[in-house]
Design a protein around this ligand. Structure first.
Ligand SMILES: *Cc1c(COP(=O)(O)O)cnc(C)c1O
Length: 366
């Protein structure tokens, strides 16, 4: 048997998802709304421990609507971790606002709470508080919410949690997605669970959920004659895709266990790499196994590619991106170093023992 390609984080869907999808199809709910959508929202709200969940077409759409809920408008600033995927910062720009980037702490690779507090204090003194602070739960590990919430509460700035990578993780026992004004989840194909594309806004605030639901369906007023008082978006998730999500949620615990086993296997087998620290304050969902390489990181990725194994550099920080070159950054050395030395290894929940051995073997050859 010849070995097949090993991807970084491929979708893991099977018989359960197939059955639920076909049931939805056969029931004729081939529409953006339907019983699977409601059921999927209920399941995720319960999992995250919040009252409301609004299923959307992507995590980016959820970020956009969460920022609208926070009152972000043209000319505002929003604090954003520099070490993230571009979607986090893009949503800020959609609203004509400007991201101000904040560096990470090497302890968890997440945004540094001390730098967030310093930036808020400096801006409060100048009378230029940001309209919102976005945190990201990096690679499936929560940011440090006690000091982050304290800093945001002190200045009355709403926090939005980008938990796109972190469904199933916890911080001091509290689920990822449940911090701040609203949480954002992604069900993109590479995430811990997938609908083939999708996202969700989760919140305890009934007004935030109601507004997100309204804006996601073109802001149609509840009258028959297509009345609109505000500009809306076509951001709702399809009922068919929600059916796939229902199956994925049922398998979440098992998928986290598989990704965790992969992380622990790599960490034990590859002492020459420095794996992302697991902070004592919570449990990650182990979405991606990432580590710092002492030697030539790019050569390592190339060697894996020659053996048909997909590995990627860690996120390129936003303050180093050409598109955001005019934005302000507080710090930046830590995230620059994570990008220079960081590698993400194959982490999919369907990875086999043989796959893991192949990855470790290919790394050790070097
Ligand atoms: C994937 C991701 C998003 C965007 O989610 P989509 O569903 O792809 O729009 C946002 N933020 C972070 C940190 C992500 O990893």
């Amino acid at each position: 048997m010849t070995d097949t390609r090993i991807y970084l984080s491929p979708p893991d869907v099977g018989d359960l998802e197939r059955k639920l999808l076909l049931d939805a199809f056969d029931s004729n709910w081939v529409a953006p709304v339907g019983p699977d959508l409601d059921a999927f929202e209920e399941q995720v709200a319960e999992l995250v421990g919040v009252r409301h969940a609004v299923a959307l077409s992507s995590g980016t759409a959820a970020l956009h609507l969460a920022l609208i809920a926070a009152g972000v408008r043209r000319g505002d600033t929003v604090l954003v971790p520099s070490f993230t995927f571009a979607a986090t910062a893009n949503a800020v720009v959609y609203l004509g606002a400007r991201p101000v980037f904040v560096d990470s702490t090497p302890d968890s690779w997440n945004v540094d709470p001390a730098l967030v507090a310093e930036e808020l204090r400096a801006r409060a003194e100048r009378g230029q508080l940001p309209r919102a602070v976005i945190t990201v739960d990096m690679y499936g590990q929560c940011a440090d919410y006690d000091p982050l919430m304290e800093a945001c509460d002190r200045y009355g700035v709403p926090l939005i949690e980008d938990a796109a990578e972190a469904l199933g993780a916890t911080y001091r026992g509290q689920p990822a997605g449940s911090f701040g004004l609203a949480g954002v989840l992604s069900f993109n194909g590479n995430k811990i669970i997938t609908t083939g594309g999708g996202g969700m806004l989760v919140t305890d605030d009934g007004r935030v959920a109601k507004q997100a639901r309204h804006l996601s369906t073109q802001a149609r007023e509840p009258v028959p004659h297509y009345e609109h008082r505000t500009v809306g978006y076509n951001y709702r998730l399809s009922n068919l895709l929600a059916a796939v999500g229902r199956g994925q949620v049922q398998r979440l615990d098992q998928m986290i266990a598989a990704r965790r086993a992969t992380f622990e296997y790599y960490r034990a087998a590859l002492p020459e790499l420095t794996f992302m620290p697991v902070a004592g304050y919570g449990t990650p969902n182990y979405w991606l196994s990432c580590a710092l390489v002492d030697g030539d990181r790019d050569r390592l990725i190339a060697r894996l590619a020659e053996r048909d194994i997909e590995a990627r550099p860690a996120w390129k920080p936003m303050h180093l991106q050409p598109v955001f070159q005019d934005c302000v950054v507080r710090g930046g050395e830590v995230s620059a170093d994570l990008f220079r030395r960081g590698v993400c290894l194959p982490s999919g929940s369907a990875l086999t023992e043989h796959d893991r051995e192949r990855v470790v073997g290919a790394i050790r050859e070097g």
